[in-house]
Design a protein around this ligand. Structure first.
Ligand SMILES: [Zn+2]
Length: 227
């Protein structure tokens, strides 16, 4: 069977439509073959031709190689048409809709990708944050008020405001000394899923902004300031 198949695919064999009808009928019954409309080579249907109607076993007129080549040319020539659509308002709307759908479906992958981008483009990211703050002063103020309220609520009656102020003053001095932004961090976060820390002198430490941002709202494995 295999030898028959191989010999039939050789170029020297004439196209199928030149073969004696009864021979063709018998071969086709045992082993479906087809002659490509493009390269006129006779090949077995099943691995060599694309289906265009899988459920009814109908095949493309040209073989897989010729079909692929044709589609490659088509794609290359129609690139500008697709690019124009991508740049149009309608295309942009479609893309953003699809992207939003993907982000909703894969929150973990989205978060990881966003973090990777931020790590790679730290300057761009910080500039964008700066621009956003300049454009949205009301939101910034609201956020600050919110932080203030949380701190006030988390501040026990025995906390020493003087010591707390010292941390903030120390942060300014230290920032000037090392030439990088230093922030006062709550060792146990004020708000997290597991625990809520206090706004008091025992729960404060100095961290560079870079380290603090990487720490986020997490409690475990707090990097030390010295590193
Ligand atoms: Zn072909």
């Amino acid at each position: 069977m295999i030898e028959l198949h191989d010999s039939l695919t050789r170029d020297r064999i004439p196209p199928v439509y030149d073969w004696p009808y009864n021979l063709l009928r018998e071969i086709r019954r045992i082993f479906p073959i087809r002659t490509c409309s493009k390269c006129s080579k006779t090949k077995p249907e099943t691995p060599e031709f694309f289906y265009w109607h899988p459920t009814r076993h109908r095949f493309e007129a040209s073989c897989k190689i010729c079909t692929s080549a044709r589609e490659k040319v088509y794609n290359r020539e129609s690139y500008h048409v697709r690019r124009a659509y991508e740049l149009s308002d309608k295309g942009k709307a479609t893309a953003s809709r699809k992207n939003a759908k993907f982000r909703n479906a894969h929150p973990d992958r989205t978060k990881a990708a966003q973090k990777a981008w931020r790590d790679e483009n730290q300057e761009v990211n910080s500039q964008r944050l700066k621009d956003w703050r300049a454009e949205n002063p009301a939101k910034v103020r609201r956020y600050c008020r919110q932080r203030y309220a949380i701190k006030k609520q988390a501040m026990p009656s025995w906390a020493k405001q003087g010591y707390i102020d010292l941390f903030y003053k120390l942060a300014v001095i230290e920032a000037a000394r090392i030439g990088a932004a230093v922030e006062v961090d709550h060792i146990v976060p004020l708000q997290s899923d597991l625990v809520c820390g206090l706004h008091c002198e025992d729960n404060l430490q100095l961290l560079t902004r870079k380290v603090n941002m990487s720490k986020g709202n997490r409690l475990n494995e707090v990097p030390s300031y010295a590193n």
